[in-house]
Design a protein around this ligand. Sequence first.
Ligand SMILES: Nc1nc2c([nH]c(=O)n2[C@H]2C[C@H](O)[C@@H](COP(=O)(O)OP(=O)(O)OP(=O)(O)O)O2)c(=O)[nH]1
Ligand SMILES: [Mg+2]
Length: 133
Amino acid sequence: MKTIRVVAAITKAVNEKGETIIFATQRGYGDFKGGWEFPGGKIEEGETPQEALKREIMEELETEIVVGELIDTIEYDYPTFHLSMDCFWVEIVSGDLVLTEHAAAKWLTKEELYSVEWLPADITLIEKIKAAI
Ligand SMILES: Nc1nc2c([nH]c(=O)n2[C@H]2C[C@H](O)[C@@H](COP(=O)(O)OP(=O)(O)OP(=O)(O)O)O2)c(=O)[nH]1
Ligand SMILES: [Mg+2]
């Protein structure tokens, strides 16, 4: 099966109540339209995962980031491809998280993490994030 290498950005912030919140986006087009994910996308030839993630977040959200620690690499078999997805903590340097491709976005508290319909590959990642915040 074909492997697709993807990078995803997990952004943490603190809300007015002092709770940690995580940025999630809803896919606006394609096979997984309507599903929730972390912004990011496919690594292109010659890019490091970190370079790919910076490029994707600029394209998808018009936002500049610094890529931090790797949280996990998700390996998941979809019916037609194998997904290998590097998931990084990121920090926003500048920009307003403008949705250029996504249908919607939400900041989720720890308790709200399961309130959206995540893409199937993301479920184990959500557990890790929940444990880390
Ligand atoms: N970005 C992202 N993709 C995910 C997640 N979970 C998951 O299964 N995927 C899958 C969906 C897609 O098949 C693939 C990533 O593709 P993508 O559509 O974001 O790639 P891209 O931004 O380069 O977009 P495109 O140019 O191919 O349209 O990984 C996730 O949390 N974030
Ligand atoms: Mg994408």
